[in-house]
Design a protein around this ligand. Structure first.
Ligand code: HEC
Ligand code: HEC
Length: 364
């Protein structure tokens, strides 16, 4: 992704001059206590400056992901089988759409589209989600309607706008492939493949994925030279003035909770009421699960509806205090008015601060 930088783009990042200049920019006219950011962020996350949180925020400290483990031989077979199925269009009614059609490995398992295309080139209403942290992420989907990867796997296969298949047909097609029959039989001890086996293999594959190492992953693991001065300022703003850490926190940079950022298009043509469709609770109208931001540099466009094309757009959006769910003139349907999330407010970030935040997001 091209770096969306203006005036600061030419600065030599690690130089002291840049550091002093950036810090002056950060302080600006507003009263912020001067801190030596490099020193303040030199230890582990628990010793960093406390995040600035609003009432109601549920914060877990930032942390590195647990170390990679090697699957045992049996688990490795499930993973291998799941990887094959993930790429196999025979899971779809048309024989043309695989999971990988909307979840491309080189895009952190997204599809670079605003919203995905599925069966018969039908356009879905949501942006494809990255799959690199599904091992730790629950509940699944933007609206949290699936609790586990095993449960989730059958949704896209049967979704009329995605793979549009009947599970009985999928079982039949899988059983007709000797390679699959033998591989599954070796694992399950049964001669016929069942839908639950397909789900188990897909889940095993997705659970084996993890984000790529990045500057941020090195920094959070203790390499305090991994971020340059501008990126470090961005991290500091993320946790303090910009308020991002109210919701993006913990090792995934997600609180795994649901929030309404004002993007529901309530009462309008592109309406998507998110979590409310699952729970029917009035407070859930327009809420979506906070996404992990790890490797987010490869998952544009952003938000459940793919509305924002770049990190610069995302930062400008939050700087304005999020979106507005406008009251429509004539409302059909039974959803109550959405309430804006109390953790959002206009941020008054300077241009330099917005650029630093973007530079930080690019390190994730
Ligand atoms: C037509 C495009 C398309 C296909 C095909 C597709 N997906 Fe998805 N996937 C999406 C979209 C869009 C979302 C977000 C949907 C939502 O939240 O309602 C998603 C969400 C997910 C999630 C949730 C991730 C999270 O962080 O909560 C998982 C897991 C997933 N897909 C796995 C799969 C698997 C496994 C397959 C194949 C069996 C598959 N997908 C096929 C488009 C697709
Ligand atoms: C009130 C909680 C909250 C706060 C505060 C918050 N976010 Fe988010 N963030 C979310 C939710 C929820 C979504 C998904 C919203 C949707 O799609 O409707 C999201 C989406 C995003 C995305 C898109 C990720 C993707 O995969 O599409 C980025 C990038 C992001 N936030 C960065 C930030 C930054 C930077 C800040 C601080 C300026 C911030 N967020 C503040 C909750 C929050």
């Amino acid at each position: 992704m091209p770096r969306a930088l203006g005036v600061l783009g030419w600065l030599p990042h690690a130089s002291l001059a840049a550091s002093a200049l950036l810090f002056a920019a950060a302080v600006g006219a507003r009263a912020v206590e001067p801190v030596d950011l490099r020193a303040a962020y030199s230890g582990t996350p628990g010793s960093w400056p406390r995040p600035q949180l609003r009432p109601g925020a549920v914060f877990e400290e930032f942390a590195p992901l647990p170390p990679r483990t090697t699957p045992d031989a049996r688990e490795a077979k499930w993973i291998e089988l799941g990887a094959k199925l993930f790429d196999d269009p025979r899971l779809s009614a048309s024989g043309q759409i695989a999971c990988a059609s909307c979840h491309a490995a080189e895009l952190a398992f997204t599809d670079a589209l605003r919203t995905s295309f599925g069966h018969d080139r039908q356009r879905g209403r949501r942006n494809s989600q990255g799959l690199l942290v599904t091992r730790w992420m629950t509940p699944l989907f933007w609206d949290g309607r699936a609790a586990t990867l095993e449960e989730q796997a059958l949704h896209p296969i049967t979704d009329g706008k995605e793979m549009a298949a009947e599970l009985a047909d999928v079982e039949q097609r899988m059983n007709a492939v000797p390679e699959y029959r033998e591989a599954f039989a070796a694992l399950t001890g049964r001669s016929a493949i069942r839908r639950g086996d397909v789900a188990d293999a897909l889940a095993a594959f997705q659970r084996s994925l993890r984000p790529r190492g990045t500057r941020f992953s090195r920094f959070v693991a203790g390499d305090n030279r991994a971020l340059d001065d501008q990126q470090l300022l961005g991290l500091h703003l993320f946790r303090t003035k910009a308020g991002c850490a109210n919701c993006h926190n913990g090792m995934l940079l997600s609180d795994r909770r649901f929030h309404n950022l004002g993007l529901s298009f309530y009462g309008r043509a592109r309406e998507d009421l998110g979590r409310w469709e699952v729970t029917r609770l009035p407070e859930d109208v327009g809420r979506f699960r906070t996404p992990s931001l790890l490797n987010a540099g490869r998952t544009a466009p952003y938000m459940h509806n793919g509305l924002l094309r770049s990190f610069a757009n995302v930062v400008a959006f939050y700087n304005a205090g999020g979106g507005r769910d406008r009251r429509p003139s004539a409302l059909e349907g039974d959803a109550p008015q959405p309430t804006p999330d109390p953790l959002l407010a206009p941020l008054h970030l300077t241009r330099e601060e917005q650029e630093a935040l973007v530079a930080f997001l690019e390190t994730l």
